[in-house]
Design a protein. Structure first.
Length: 477
């Protein structure tokens, strides 16, 4: 995505509200009218600023999508860095030092709300205006979809914060209302986004395909987790097939190429970084061994390593395994399996030129095919599910699945997802959809989770202190 820096500094100041607490409003937020939002360039810059805010969800040390979507599941393990051990041990509480705050998402939301509030009043090309508004709806839907799945009931804020006199202490909104807003935003995006963009923007700015991918994810979640039943499942199947029939996307032959190619036809939507524009993510460094210059916060789990079948080409594209010689690494099998999807440059086990600016993929064809297989199998069309599953396996160099019954195929799809989409921030939600969190995640089984409220995150202690209208999730009270 070509970042637009003209007006960005001003616009980022506009959006810098302490949204973890909804209290500390920067006075610069009050300059949203006369000194900005006057031209098409301002409108474009406003949307780009929302994408910049989205980058923060994968850019912070110890925090972001990898904690919310991966750390509590079965694909990662701790390196002994006690700041995040609570995630891997599933012993979180409201004072956990990293990751339980939701402020990054609310900064995205406030920036999207600013676009939706101001851009309709700008005199500009109407098609460009509609496209930009659709992007804001897409980004707001994405933020709330992550929020509601992670924390349950969350404050639903659909108007921008414009000045310090506003009520900045909202209560939590019942999740049914949040889901309804998500669906409304997604529907607007699907109806109004462009189908095609040029270059890297095709994969890193919202398109109809990206909106449909989120819509598919939403319908499948509603069907399997929120009681949507057959109607939502049928919606999911239809949208999933629409994406896979779209000629703009394909299951590419070379699995390893997906993660280094910013314009890969496999990718439907990604969060873009560009070191040349001073945009570098932390994920590569966070995964890299400390003795070789990385931070070594976490690595692939022993379960993930052992899940790759002999001959699976995805293994070498996902993990690099060396003897466990790091002083801070937790001993498991005498090996260290570090994740290389977000790491450019070799050799991996020595100092060399390494860049940490690979795009972070949110939706791609391989994962969508497995989600479609999941939906088809759940609907009773197990033969069609097996077909989708086997296409993913064939690309990996593997034989067809031996699973035949609906129950066997459900497990086979879940197992395939572990190796196909490792460290792509979808595993935790796939486990919840499957209803098999307790069986698949050893530490949850060990801790004997007994309450659904334990599967959502605690509201941070800072948020509770600063907003007395918030109520903690049940397990964490």
């Amino acid at each position: 995505m070509q970042m637009i820096y003209k007006s960005i500094v001003l616009l980022m100041a506009i959006s810098l509200v302490s949204c973890e607490s909804f209290i500390d409003l920067d006075p610069t937020s009050e300059i949203t009218g006369s000194s900005f939002w006057n031209s098409a360039d301002d409108a474009e810059a406003g949307v780009i600023s929302a994408y910049n805010r989205l980058q923060l969800t994968t850019r912070k040390e110890f925090g972001g999508l990898h904690l919310w979507g991966s750390a509590r599941g079965d694909e990662l393990m701790s390196s002994g860095t006690n700041l995040v051990d609570q995630w891997f041990e599933n012993t979180l509480n409201s004072t956990a030092p990293r990751g339980v705050g939701w402020e990054d998402w609310y900064v995205v939301i406030n920036q999207a709300n600013l676009v939706l509030y101001n851009v309709p009043n700008i005199s500009m090309n109407e098609q460009q205006k509609t496209d930009l508004l659709a992007e804001a709806h897409f980004l707001r839907a994405m933020a709330y979809f992550w929020l509601v799945r992670s924390w349950g009931d969350v404050p639903l804020v659909i108007e921008p914060v414009l000045n310090a006199s506003e009520d900045l202490k909202p209560t939590r909104t019942p999740k049914a209302q949040v889901y309804a807003q998500i669906e409304e935003d997604i529907n607007f995006a699907v109806s109004n986004l462009p189908e095609i963009r040029t270059g890297v923007q095709m994969r890193s700015r919202a398109t109809i395909g990206a909106a449909k991918a989120m819509q598919f994810d939403y319908y499948l979640w509603m069907a399997r987790v929120e009681g949507g039943g057959a109607a939502e499942l049928n919606n999911a199947i239809q949208v999933g097939r629409d994406i896979l029939n779209d000629p703009n996307y394909e299951l590419v032959d070379d699995y390893a190429s997906i993660f280094g190619d910013r314009e890969s036809e496999e990718v439907v939507f990604s969060i873009h970084y560009d070191a040349g524009n001073q945009e570098v993510g932390n994920l590569g460094g966070d995964c890299f061994p400390g003795e070789f210059g990385g931070k070594n916060f976490f690595s692939g789990s022993k379960k993930l390593y052992e899940a790759f079948e002999p001959g699976d080409v995805r293994k070498d594209a996902s993990l690099h395994t060396i003897p466990n010689t790091g002083p801070n690494f937790i001993e498991t099998d005498g090996l260290q399996h570090y994740l290389i999807k977000y790491l450019d440059g070799e050799p991996y086990d020595a100092f060399g030129e390494r860049n940490f600016d690979r795009s972070v993929i949110i939706y791609r064809v391989g994962g969508i095919k497995l989600m479609l297989a999941e939906a088809l199998n759940e609907s009773g069309d197990t033969p069609a599910a097996i077909k989708e599953l086997n296409e993913v396996r064939a690309r990996a160099g593997l034989a067809a699945t031996t699973a035949t019954t609906q129950e066997e195929v459900q497990q086979a799809i879940l197992d395939e997802g572990l190796v196909e989409s490792s460290f792509e921030f979808s595993r935790w939600f796939a486990l919840i959809r499957s209803g098999r969190v307790m069986e698949e995640v050893e530490v949850i089984n060990t801790n004997d989770f007994s309450n659904d409220s334990e599967l959502v995150l605690p509201i941070s202690d800072a948020s509770l202190r600063q907003n007395e209208n918030l109520e903690q999730n049940g397990h964490y009270k």
